[in-house]
Structures are given as C-alpha cells and as structure tokens.
Design a protein. Structure first.
Length: 535
C-alpha cells in the first residue's frame, strides 16, 4: 500500500491567524465533542480517488474496509467476522481463493443494507479505467471477485500472494468499501456529490464540510460496533505549525496528528496534552526520473544518493525524530537486508560522476561537453523538515559539483492523479511516502505500476526486478520470499531509481481527557475512534 505522506505545512501569518480564529468555541455539549486539528486540507472524501495521507486518514472514521491495520501493525477484522487464514479455512490450500464473511446486519449510514454486492461494486470501480484509483496495480493479481451470497465475498487470485490479506480492501489504505445504491448511476464519481458528502459505513458520518471552517462528523447510530461514545468530531485544517501548537496549548484542540519536530518544544510540558511518538513506515526519499537526463544514467543517480548525509538529515531536519534509511523496508522489518545506513561518501560519489563523464569545471560546477550538471529538485511547499532536508542536500551536492535549484509545489499539485509526479513533470523530487507493513514494494518498483495504475513515478523498469517481485508475491515459502526480496534490493541499489533518506517518526498530541486512543503506525490513528471516550 502506498500513501503520499505530507509533513505539516507552514502558511502565511494571515492564514495562520485565520485558521485559529475559525476554531469553534466551547459549547454546553463540549463533553461529547472532540476537536481535531489536521495540517492538510483533503481534496476529496471519496476513498477510491483520494490518495493523499490525510484523505486516507479521514477515511477510517467515515468508511470501513474488510480489514484494518491495528496499533501493532497487524491485520484485524473490520466489516468481516475473522481475518482469512489457511488455518480457519478463509484461504484455500493452494492460496488462490480468499473467502471473507461479513458481519451480520451491516448498514450504510443512510440505513440501506451493506452486503457483499457492495464489495463487488467497489472492486468493479477499482478496475474501471475511468476511475483514477491510486492502487489499481495492487489489485491486478485479482482474477475475479464474487458475492456468493449477501454475507460472503470470494476473491480469486491469478497467483498465490502471501501479502494479499494485508493489502486488499484495507480501510484507510485505498481499500474502503463504497455504496452501490449511491454510486451506481454516477457518470463520473470524481464529480459526484459523494466526494464532498459521502455515505459510508464507519463510526462517523459527514455532517458538513467547508474548506473555510472544516468538517463536522457525527456519531453513526447504525455503526455495527455500536454508536461511538463521543458524539461529534470537529475537524479543523491548520497548516501552520505554530498555530496548531498554540491551539493545543490553549485547549482549543483535543487531538492533532502530524506534529512536527519543531513544534514538540512548544508543546512539551503542556499539562492537558500528552505527546505520543512512534516509528512509522513513512519514508523520506528522492525519486529520480530514470528516463530524463541526467538521471537516465544510474551512475549519476547513485552519486546523488551516495552523497546524501542521512545522519545530518535525521538530526538537523527532523531533530532526531527520524532514523537513517538505506533501503525500501525499514531496518526493524524482518525483511530488511541492511540494518544501518552508511555515512555519506563524497569521494565515491565524485568518482561515479567522473566515470559518467561529468568533469569538475573551474567554477566548481561539473560539465559534460557543453552541458552543465544543473538540475532541479522538486519538493513540497512549506514542509519545514523537507525544505531543510532539501537545503542540506543542495549544499552537499554543491560541494560535489552539482548546481541544484529547489522548486516547491503544493502537495495537491504534486500528488494529484494528474499532478506533477503522475505526469513525470520533474527531474528528481524529494517527498515522503507511506508503505504498508508488508515488504511488497511492487507499487513503486514494478514496470506495471507507472501512474496512474501505481506510484512508480521514477518510471523504473527492470525485467529481473519484475520477475523477483512475482516470485516474492506468489511464493508462500519464507526462505524463497527472502531470497527474492534480497535480489530486488540488490538490483534497486545498483539501479538507484530512488534514494531512501530517513524513516520518519510520527508524533501526535492527545488530550489527557481522551481514553481509548491507540496510535497506529501505518494508516490512521482514527482506526479505533469508535472506542475513544472522554473522561
């Protein structure tokens, strides 16, 4: 699973003041209200179209999937009675059939019954070429899906897939189920009213959404686990880090994810707030367009990655709330092949550029023939940690002989289905991305995952990697899978379509009045919002 992660975004002083002014005043019903601050405005509330982090984040309160990721990073049942396994008969002996049994009596928030037909309809939309579903490539191994009866969903795979249950129909992971009775006649679901006022099956329904004042979510009395104890969630978008911290300190917010390292010092010691921190599957990385000069040469790509000071980035840009990365799985994963990132190697990087024909000129900039090594690094506007990272890298690469200009773009311009990354309108980019807890990275490495079918924005294609991906996905033998993942890592390290930099730690601020909160390291801390209570 891929999530486009966006760190908290700085705004102008006017915007910050306006955001704070829009915070709701305390009311007589304050004991049944939780006020949430988000650093980014969603573009849509349609889970089949939205691919940005905080769009998926809200999905877990509004919608349901067949499964969900819990606070330990494990797969847990959502709409279904049990997670399918071979032991309980939910996965066939050959690994090609997965059977999901829905909970009885499920209902949509408007009272209509939710059945296996809705799951089949959702899958149909996922496969519809007119729907820009961000994870279409992840469902390509599904041969067919049938609603055997109202409660039974049967998925037939083309080939066995050891990670299928952890990657298909996961709530908050572009796997939320949508209602057939609402969307069956929509000519274009991107433009349907559903995208702004959806009907879900999750613990909270959308009462209203204004880009000026935020969202109001109401407890769903038809929720299959029972009506949540907290009657209302009021969500405000506050892009400015300082404004968010001020609102938390003043007691105007009860919960805020995406707290930046820079804001921690402002919040530490606030009596009513606790700060929770956890390592995540969120990776800060460089994406190189392998089909665009000068990054069409693997030696150039490796040189830029080799000269990246990961320790300095973790320490200076993320203030210690990150750890250096060297591959596409985190060092704590049982599938990791390298546990510690090596230090920056400017001499090795210089030799790679020399070998590629880029010679250091008298002005300190490398040239090859009449062409200067002048490139543009695209990153997210206002993301303090990312911009600091970009500046650190720019200085390091200047010493290497590369003239690097930094270009910023708004998150929705970068990550949109028709945005900068999808269209390939960049040379190389500094972004953050969230992975699932599985080791599968096919959505960024497979030649079948070029946008819009996947997130292979580097346009990377390697037949040997494709073959190893297929082997890793289809084998149920851990040793075989480990061998395949090691082969993938070796090839990707040599080809360098991406340069992993650091794994982010996520920091959330939670009111001490809230009980039942359990931080979730992958998708959304709202995964169990139905269990939250106000003391």
């Amino acid at each position: 699973m891929i999530r486009r992660r966006v760190t908290a975004i700085a705004a102008t002083a006017a915007l910050a003041a306006a955001a704070l002014a829009l915070l709701p005043a305390a009311s007589a019903a304050a004991d049944s209200v939780v006020r949430i601050g988000l650093p980014q405005q969603p573009n849509t509330l349609n889970p089949l179209v939205g691919g940005e982090f905080y769009e998926n984040y809200l999905d877990e309160a509004i919608f349901s999937g067949l499964v969900v990721i819990d606070s330990r990073g494990n797969v847990a049942p959502d709409l279904i009675q049990n997670v399918p396994t071979k032991r309980n008969g939910g996965i066939s002996g050959d690994g090609l059939t997965i059977t999901y049994i829905l909970q009885p009596g499920l209902k949509w928030q408007d009272g209509a019954p939710l059945t296996a037909a809705d799951v089949a309809f959702t899958f149909k939309l996922m496969r519809d070429p007119k729907v820009p579903f961000p994870l279409a490539s992840q469902y390509t191994n599904v041969a067919s899906l049938e609603a055997r009866d109202k409660q039974t969903v049967v998925v037939h795979l083309k080939k066995p897939d050891a990670d299928a249950v952890a990657e298909l129909f996961v709530n908050g992971q572009n796997g939320s189920i949508v209602p057939e009775h609402v969307l069956r006649n929509a000519a274009d679901i991107r433009k349907a009213p559903f995208s702004a006022k959806p009907v879900g099956s999750g613990p909270y329904s959308v009462e209203s959404w204004s880009r000026d004042t935020g969202l109001v979510l109401r407890a769903n009395p038809r929720y299959f686990r029972g009506r949540p104890a907290i009657g209302e969630l009021r969500v405000r978008v506050i892009p400015d880090t300082n404004t968010m911290a001020i609102a938390l300190r003043a007691g105007d917010l009860d919960f805020a994810p995406g707290i930046t390292p820079a804001a921690v010092s402002m919040l530490r010691g606030t009596p009513a707030i606790r700060l929770d921190e956890a390592p995540t599957e969120g990776l800060v990385w460089l994406i190189d367009r392998v089909d665009a000069p000068p990054f069409d040469d693997a030696r150039v790509r490796r040189a830029f990655g080799l000269d990246a000071g990961r320790d300095a980035i973790a320490r200076k840009a993320y203030l210690g709330y990150a750890q250096p990365a060297v591959e596409l799985v985190p060092p704590w994963s049982p599938w990791a092949t390298v546990r510690h990132a090596p230090p920056a190697d400017p001499k090795g990087a210089a030799k790679l550029l020399d070998d590629a024909g880029w010679r250091l000129g008298p002005d300190g900039v490398r040239t090859r023939g009449s062409q200067k090594l002048s490139v543009t690094l695209t990153t997210i506007a206002g993301g303090r940690a990312l911009l600091t990272t970009a500046t650190l890298l720019q200085a390091q690469w200047h010493e290497l002989g590369a003239d690097v200009a930094i270009k910023t773009a708004e998150a929705n311009q970068l990550y949109a289905p028709d945005g900068i990354l999808a269209k390939g309108e960049f040379q190389f980019a500094l972004t953050a991305i969230g992975f699932a807890t599985t080791p599968d990275r096919s959505t960024v490495l497979s030649s079948h995952s070029f946008p819009p079918a996947g997130s292979n924005s580097a346009h990377y294609a390697n037949a040997a990697v494709d073959k190893a991906i297929e082997q890793a996905q289809t084998s149920l033998d851990p040793a075989t899978r480990r061998h395949a993942f090691a082969a993938i890592e070796k090839a990707v390290a040599a080809d360098a379509p991406y340069a992993p930099l650091v794994w982010e730690h996520t920091i959330v601020a939670v009111s001490k009045k809230i009980s039942g909160f359990k931080q979730e390291p992958v998708n959304s801390d709202l995964w169990n919002v139905y269990e939250w209570k106000l003391q």
